[in-house]
Ligand binder design. Structure first.
Ligand SMILES: NC(=O)c1ccc[n+]([C@@H]2O[C@H](COP(=O)([O-])OP(=O)(O)OC[C@H]3O[C@@H](n4cnc5c(N)ncnc54)[C@H](OP(=O)(O)O)[C@@H]3O)[C@@H](O)[C@H]2O)c1
Length: 341
């Protein structure tokens, strides 16, 4: 297949390009050339997706079997590319997120759940940020009726993860010593590896698949305890995980999700975080590798320097607990519980 990827030089985009090349597809990557180098064996076209002239120059006289859009965040912008590409691509695969669904993270999601009421021409400030992906999906569906493949991933991990959630745990644990671990170690999670999403996207494109797919790992494919213990194992560090309960962490203003990445506390407003159903995608062939493999490969990728370092930012929020705060909270936990466990 001839594939156009909008993006392609960062985390999920890189996994998609790697998968495409493994399958022998021809890849054109369209990006500004600022986030990182384009992989070898890819036709790189530099331009800004918000620049209509650049998009028109890109498509002139060309046709792709599919476009894959990894970096659509504003409906108006996605509408521009979808409108222009409608006559130049047979299918449009759009990487959305759980955020397109109105009830997440309070409730688990599947494809039948209502989406936010964001229109396909919304600008960045027209609706709240999390609702924008729903408008982006509508913009693609509008220009590619029956030819739109919408992927709603859950929390994506894997080599080269750019947000820095799993990398922060790995690097913190690798330093050894005592590491604060949040809440219930048996809390079930649901993570998906970027490489499994990439494989699924190309499997669907190969059969001209369209429609929406919630793509997350199988429910309970790890727990907070298993994940962090696996980080200890792969790093080989002499680290003690110190499990502190949720009310204690809340009282110390330790922010779930950002300061302690991947930690969703037991609260109603985030009760659906790890409860998505990927039944439809699994039935359509989604296969998820064990989380242990993802942890090991992510650690290897961090050590090898094969990927740009994570930015440790989620939107504007820094990811990871400041070392001084970490030490202070641990000291308070020890003072409260003489055994320190
Ligand atoms: N991480 C998660 O847990 C998670 C969960 C659910 C969904 N998602 C979704 O997964 C996707 C992640 O994709 P990703 O990892 O490939 O990273 P990304 O940050 O979405 O995309 C970055 C790529 O897009 C290019 N790009 C950015 N702005 C551009 C512009 N104006 N014009 C042209 N190219 C542009 C970048 O290159 P240049 O900067 O060089 O232009 C880079 O190649 C996102 O859509 C995200 O919403 C992520």
């Amino acid at each position: 297949m001839k594939i156009l990827i909008i993006g392609g030089t960062v985390f999920l985009g890189r996994a998609l390009v790697a998968e495409a090349l493994t399958r022998g597809h021809e890849v054109t990557a369209f990006n500004r050339g600022v986030s990182g180098p384009n992989p070898p064996d890819v036709e790189a076209v530099h331009g800004d997706r918000e620049d209509e002239a650049a998009l028109r120059g890109l498509v002139d006289g060309r046709h792709w079997d599919a476009v894959i859009d990894t970096c659509g965040f504003v409906p108006r912008t996605v509408r521009l590319s979808a409108t222009i590409l409608a006559a130049h691509a047979s299918a449009y695969a759009f990487v959305s997120s759980f955020h397109a669904y109105a009830d997440w993270p309070a409730e688990g999601v599947d494809e039948s759940r209502p989406r936010h009421a964001c229109p396909p021409d919304a600008g960045p400030d027209d609706v709240e940020y999390n609702a924008l992906k729903a408008g982006c999906e509508r913009a693609v569906e509008e220009s590619f009726p029956d030819r739109a493949l919408i992927i709603n991933p859950g929390i994506i991990v894997g080599p080269g993860e750019n947000v820095g959630r799993l990398p922060w745990w790995l690097e913190t644990i690798a330093r050894g010593g005592r590491v604060l671990a949040p809440g219930d170690p048996d809390r079930e999670m649901q993570l998906i590896d970027a490489r499994d999403i990439a494989r699924f996207v190309f499997d669907r494109l190969a059969v001209r698949g369209s429609g929406r797919y919630v793509t997350s790992g199988t429910p309970g494919n790890t727990t907070m305890g298993d994940l962090l213990r696996e980080c200890v194992r792969v790093t080989g560090a002499d680290t003690e995980l110190v499990w502190a309960d949720e009310s204690f962490l809340r009282a110390r203003d330790v922010a779930p999700w950002t300061e302690l990445p991947l930690y969703a506390p037991d609260l109603p407003e985030v009760a659906g975080t790890w409860r998505a159903s990927s039944k439809k995608a699994l039935a359509a062939g989604l296969r998820c590798r064990p989380v242990t493999e993802t942890v090991a490969d992510t650690w290897e990728a961090l050590r090898s320097g094969a990927y740009p370092p994570p930015k440790y930012l989620q939107g504007q929020a820094p990811v990871g607990l400041d070392p001084a705060k970490h030490a202070a909270v641990l000291a308070e936990w020890d003072a409260r519980s003489p055994l320190g466990t």
